[in-house]
Design a protein around this ligand. Structure first.
Ligand code: ZN
Length: 410
């Protein structure tokens, strides 16, 4: 299958010039070309430039369109059953997220609904959500477990995630988040649950190859720094790559731990400390900012402006989940990152593409429009790329190209 996109009014490459991601000032540059073509063969970008020719190919005239890389959503909890609008309403009153969690609501509410759901039901629910995300331009996604919280149900969620790969969306990074919160049956015996995570689940998951990453919710009321280190060290010893929910509710030192353990990403960062900012900027760990969560919780947004100014590599994600972000759309996430976290349009775009790909360790093959990468692109009918986060409620994407194929939506 060969495809030639001809004469784009505006082509935004988000090229990182051979580097796995962009950091600090580099994030201001999106690589804008005018009148450029893109030739694609077997799903891979062959050439980017003017007046390209390609024999026996489909030609799409994009002279009145904008072409950008497909969005990568590097942080989602997309597999779950149930919904938590009542909790949303309680928070709109006077209850805090931590109070609701301490009373058995929050994550545990979704755990109850998800444990009793069949794998096929969960897979169907997630597939429907992901198909919607694809229409809004997300062409690669990370999916976490974490609503099972026992051996059988965590495995069920990871298997459902693996089955979504290729069937619904080819690029899926699967993350084991057995340490999302302590399940109710182990509230008085946390150590025993930690052992199930490290001695039973992690070896099984690695043997079955049903996850790429291990993640821990390290925060007040969830897992302590010591517990987090214990789990992540075990995961790393089995070859899983590391992610971390860090500094969402309090400053816990988790960013320091993530950089010490060479985590691929450290996510949330609403309460990152100055020392942690320094450590993050000196590391190759991607800081993933999740603006929708701060909006849902009416809490302080992560200081993305300061983090970028200090030289950090920042990505953005939806954190799509039933409690604190029902935002499934990276165009909305870009708008929030600009409006609430002080990012520029260019920084938000790089954060949603090349840096988001780096946050799931896939930037060698997706995240930018560059020769040799997978042809994941969005064709957009708008005056300028900045129109996307500006008018984020209207989907201006006319075509989603995934692996060099123009997707048909029904
Ligand atoms: Zn999350």
């Amino acid at each position: 299958m060969k495809l030639l996109l001809r004469n784009a009014k505006q082509l935004v490459t988000c090229s990182s010039a051979g580097q796995p991601f962009k950091r600090g000032k580099e994030m201001s540059e999106v690589g804008e070309l005018h009148g450029a073509d893109v030739s694609i063969e077997d799903g891979i970008i062959k050439e980017v430039g003017r007046n390209l020719s390609l024999a026996n190919c489909d030609v799409v005239d994009v002279s009145d369109k904008i072409v950008i890389p497909g969005f990568v959503d590097p942080h989602t909890h997309v597999i779950f059953d149930g919904s938590r609008e009542k909790e949303f309403a309680m928070r709109a009153g006077s209850k805090s997220y931590s109070e609701i969690a301490a009373n058995g609501g929050g994550i545990l509410d979704t755990v109850r609904a998800t444990r009793v759901a069949q794998k096929s039901t969960l897979r169907h629910l997630a597939a429907t959500r992901i198909e919607k995300m694809l229409r809004w331009g997300t062409t690669a996604i990370e999916i976490k477990s974490g609503y099972g919280l026992d051996f059988k149900n965590e495995v069920k969620l990871l298997e459902a995630a693996i089955e979504l790969k290729d069937e619904v969306i080819p690029d899926v990074a699967v993350t084991f988040l057995g340490a999302h919160t302590v399940p109710p049956e182990y509230m008085d015996n946390r150590a025993e649950y930690l052992k199930i995570v490290t001695d039973e689940l992690i070896p099984y998951i690695v043997e079955r190859e049903i996850a790429n990453f291990c993640d821990v919710f390290c925060d007040n009321g969830f897992f302590s720094l010591e517990e987090t280190k214990y789990i992540l060290t075990s995961a790393a010893s089995y070859g899983l790559r590391l992610k971390l929910h860090a500094d969402e509710l309090t400053s816990s030192g988790a960013v320091m731990l993530a950089t010490e353990l060479n985590a691929v990403s450290v996510d949330h960062l609403e309460n990152i400390s100055p020392d942690e900012t320094e450590a993050l900027s000196a590391s190759n760990t991607i800081g993933v900012v999740l603006p929708a969560v701060a909006a849902y919780l009416r809490s302080k947004p992560a200081p993305a402006r300061e983090l970028i100014d200090k030289g950090c590599a920042i990505a953005i994600g939806s954190d799509f989940n039933p409690g604190t972000s029902m935002v499934d759309n990276m165009q909305t996430v870009m708008w929030l990152a600009i409006s609430m976290n002080g990012m520029t349009v260019e920084e938000a775009l790089n954060s949603a593409t090349i840096n988001a790909a780096a946050a799931i360790a896939m930037s060698d093959r997706i995240g930018s429009i560059e020769v040799g990468k997978r042809a994941d692109m969005l064709i957009i009918d708008a005056p300028d790329y900045s129109y996307l986060p500006y008018h984020f409620t209207e989907n201006r994407i006319t075509n989603v190209v995934k692996n060099g194929t123009i997707l048909e939506f029904h």
